[in-house]
Unconditional design. Structure first.
Length: 194
């Protein structure tokens, strides 16, 4: 029996309680055995300027996942050529871990643009997708509405973003409850986002 791994991709800049709530919900309330938080070096759709160095974001993810047995940060994409695509990461992970069965975890907002992803048909053919709800506009393509490989998970709706946290830190607001304690301490000590 292959171990079922859910891949939760993100820049995690910084990782916050919303990420942990969703990852832990997926680990505890779906049929996935573990959730790997894949720290992405750089999303081709995002500006790079506000992105902390890879090793800092990975360190914060490691700190955030301490004490959560089923949550594991991954730096697999740091070792792949850039710009990187999810399809390439999936191939690399399958080669490295042939005894695992990998699925994607994404917000409903990402499902709306999934048809624009490189090789999305191949991804859907070979992998399941677990979708958590988001409050967002836009339309989900008909081909994804009742797809057998797309599972909607009734996870809590978390409207907390890393963008909001970075802005709040810059404005000297106390957002300590929004970050795991060790992540807050690390970000504060390193003067991140100030």
């Amino acid at each position: 029996m292959k171990k079922k791994i859910g891949l939760y991709f993100g820049t995690f800049n910084p990782i916050h309680m919303g990420h942990l709530i969703i990852a832990n919900y997926m680990a505890e309330f779906s049929d996935l055995d573990e959730i790997w938080l894949v720290v992405t070096p750089h999303n081709p759709f995002k500006k790079k300027s506000s992105l902390l160095d890879n090793h800092h974001r990975l360190e914060m993810a490691l700190l955030a996942c301490e004490g959560y047995e089923k949550l594991k940060p991954s730096d697999i994409e740091f070792k792949l050529p850039q710009p990187n695509y999810t399809t390439t990461t999936l191939v690399a992970l399958e080669e490295k871990h042939p005894t695992h069965d990998f699925s994607l975890i994404m917000g409903e907002d990402n499902l709306k643009s999934f048809h624009k992803w490189k090789n999305y048909e191949v991804i859907l053919e070979r992998h399941s997708i677990y979708v958590y709800p988001r409050i967002s506009g836009g339309i989900i393509e008909n081909q994804f509405k009742d797809h057998s490989k797309i599972h909607r998970v009734d996870a809590p709706i978390i409207e907390l973003s890393s963008t909001f946290i970075r802005k709040a830190i810059k404005e000297k607001k106390n957002i300590q409850p929004m970050l795991p304690e060790k992540v807050w301490e690390y970000a504060d000590r390193m003067n991140f986002y100030k």
